[in-house]
Design a protein around this ligand. Sequence first.
Ligand SMILES: C[S@@+](CC[C@H](N)C(=O)[O-])C[C@H]1O[C@@H](n2cnc3c(N)ncnc32)[C@H](O)[C@@H]1O
Length: 493
Amino acid sequence: MRLENLVTHRVDSAGPRPTPLPFLVPRLEEAGYTEQGVLAVLGVPDLPFLQFREIPGYLWRCRQENSARADLTALWLLGQKVPRNRIEAALTGAGVEALVQAGLLSVVPDGVIARADLHPCQGTWVFTDRVMAQVKYPSHVYELGEDSYMLARTTPRTPVRRALDLCTGSGIHAILASRHAESVVGVDLNPRALRFSRLNATLNGCSPRVEFREGNLYEPVPGETFDLITVNPPFVPTPDRSMAAYRTGGEGGEDVVAELFQGLESHLEIGGTLAMVTNYPLIPGRPFLERMRSWLGTSSAWGLTLLHFSDVPQGYFITRHLPYTGDPEAYTAEFERYLESYRAHGIEGMAIGVALARRLRADHPGWSEERRVGMPLHGVVPTVGPWLDDRERFGDPSWQPELDSRPVLGPQVAGLWKDLLSRHGKAEFHDPTWNQPAWLSPGAADLAGLLDGTRTVADLVRHTADGLGCNLETASLKVREWLRDLGENHVLN
Ligand SMILES: C[S@@+](CC[C@H](N)C(=O)[O-])C[C@H]1O[C@@H](n2cnc3c(N)ncnc32)[C@H](O)[C@@H]1O
């Protein structure tokens, strides 16, 4: 196998041709061309970490495995020419013809070569421009990067009525949302991206519920409101005005992010959630949570949770976005221009994370919290939606427990500890990367020890009145306060 030219083989500038590809998904499933299947072929910990310079090693592993999923991996993630008969064996001859018709595959001497990547993600597949292409055009349709997978894995998956995916690109988040939303709108500025996203929605059998519109952020959805908004906006701070639209967030990196937060109140229902993956600038004295709040304004109540995955040193961040042209002097000058621009905007580094904003009823006190959690490298994190739901429900000052309900600890709780000196409690969870231990007030810690499902709230109130020697009214206030403490810390079922 020889590495082919990854620049020439590209879906043409208009985008792929709308072509039904009904054979494809069943064939991909049969061949095992899934996230897990590809990881097993390539021996990498996670798909977004494929490296251009490691292609020879990946191809060696494909040859060793000698299977349909290895051939499809070489074709669709590594940009490799593969003998036509092998791809026909995996997809059928008619399948190869249909992909050529769609402009997604080229027939070349001795084989076929893909003109786009095909990324597996949570049982769906999306075509994009090539991740390994060293030259990216301004109309580049963004591959599934680390950011795309992080958002796909952390978006709350509660059933909703209407979802909006801004900056949809390949349409991946719109397609995933269509599994738990009655209807979805995807929006992008790039008409070429919309050709990809429409084809991808058809490929995954969700087009009746998903619609794609062209325009800037909320412009194509005037007056419409949604229960879930997902977005992977362009966020790279850059002094380079010509950087492709899928990446640049202006010199400060936050032009698009600020605009989308400013419009959020008009488009998010009360109780609705925004999930946004982003690299955000670290600016001393102006934490990202505060900047989000300032863009949102004060006319609605908001719950803000920032999932912070890691910091990215400034120099490393720049190298990831500044192409090396082979001229060290020009490279150094450009690098310094970036550093100077970052200094002028107070940017000391970058962080990667997911920002969640829940719109709350006007009388809710809301919250702002940063959780330092591990990057979700091992698939979907089901914790995020329940966290937000607990924060909203138990943070509501008007919340009252039903007297005949029997509160119990949630299955996520692995252990409860009590510090005999401070009398505070500590809850530990089964997934410590995502649920760091929670400190509980002394009263909440004692109450947690009684929640074995046998006692009603009325029993707990009587027990507390006896223990404290107080009347039932005082005891019921205490029980309510402790249950709220447990609930907000995600300890209750
Ligand atoms: C980083 S890509 C994300 C693609 C995809 N959602 C994902 O997560 O893989 C950003 C996308 O935003 C689009 N975009 C940039 N600015 C936009 C704007 N102001 N309004 C709508 N789309 C925009 C770009 O064309 C690009 O497709």
